[in-house]
Design a protein around this ligand. Structure first.
Ligand code: ADP
Length: 190
C-alpha cells in the first residue's frame, strides 16, 4: 500500500490534485472535508454538530475526524493506497493516524505539501465561493480564520512528518498539469 498525506492550506488545490492522483494511481481518496459535508447533507447528528465549527472556519474535534478516517481505512483492506486530503490537521490526528495504520499493517509513505502564499489563497477561495455554495468560502474574515488555524495548529503536522523524513514540498502555483507532474515525480520515487 502506498499512503500519501496531501497537505497544504485551504485553497492550495488539494482536492483538485487528489482527483488527478486517484485517476492515475487508483488510490482511495479520503477527504475529511468531503466526508463531513456528506454528513451535513444527510442531516446526521455528527453533521449538524460539525457544521457549527465548519461555518466559522474552526476545526471540528479530533475524535470526530479520527473516527471517520478509522472507519474508512478499516472498510478498505484491499486498497492499493490511500490519499489523505485535509487530514491530519493537528499533531494529535497525525499520531492517531500512525497508530491506525500500524494496526492495519501499513504506514504513511510520504507527505506532499503544496505551498501557496496567503493572498493567492484568499483570492482563490473567494472565487470558489461564487460557485461552491460553501458558507466558509463566502466571507473573507472566515477564510482568514481558516488560514490562521492552518498557520497556528496545522503547520506543526508538516514538522511531524519532517521528523520521520517523509516531507516533500511542492510549489502550488502554476498550471494544474505542472503541479500534477511535480506530484507524480514524488509519488513515483516513494
Ligand atoms: P479547505 O482545506 O479548503 O478548508 P476542507 O474541505 O478540507 O477545506 O475543510 C473544510 C472544513 O472542514 C475545515 O475548515 C474544518 O472545519 C473541517 N475539517 C476538515 N478536515 C478536518 C480535520 N482533519 N480536522 C478538523 N476539522 C476538519
Amino acid at each position: 500500500m502506498l499512503n500519501i498525506v496531501l497537505f497544504g492550506p485551504p485553497g492550495a488545490g488539494k482536492g483538485t490534485q487528489s482527483e488527478y492522483i486517484i485517476e492515475k494511481y487508483g488510490f482511495i481518496h479520503l477527504s475529511t472535508g468531503d466526508l463531513l459535508r456528506g454528513e451535513i447533507a444527510e442531516g446526521t447528528a455528527l453533521g449538524i454538530q460539525a457544521k457549527q465549527n465548519m461555518d466559522k472556519g474552526e476545526l471540528v474535534p479530533d475524535s470526530v475526524v479520527i473516527g471517520m478516517i478509522g472507519n474508512k481505512v478499516k472498510a478498505n483492506p484491499e486498497a492499493k493506497g490511500f490519499i489523505f486530503d485535509g487530514f491530519p490537521r493537528t499533531v494529535a490526528q497525525a499520531e492517531a493516524l500512525d497508530v491506525l495504520l500500524t494496526e492495519n499493517n501499513t504506514a504513511i509513505s510520504g507527505m506532499i505539501s503544496l505551498e501557496v502564499k496567503e493572498e493567492e489563497l484568499v483570492t482563490r477561495l473567494l472565487k470558489r465561493g461564487e460557485t461552491s455554495g460553501r458558507a466558509d468560502d463566502k466571507d473573507e474574515s472566515i477564510i482568514r480564520n481558516r488560514i490562521d488555524v492552518y498557520n497556528n495548529t496545522t503547520t506543526p503536522v508538516a514538522d511531524f512528518y519532517k521528523g520521520q523524513d517523509k516531507l516533500n514540498t511542492i510549489e502550488g502555483v502554476g498550471s494544474i498539469d505542472e503541479i500534477f507532474q511535480s506530484i507524480t515525480t514524488v509519488i513515483d520515487a516513494l
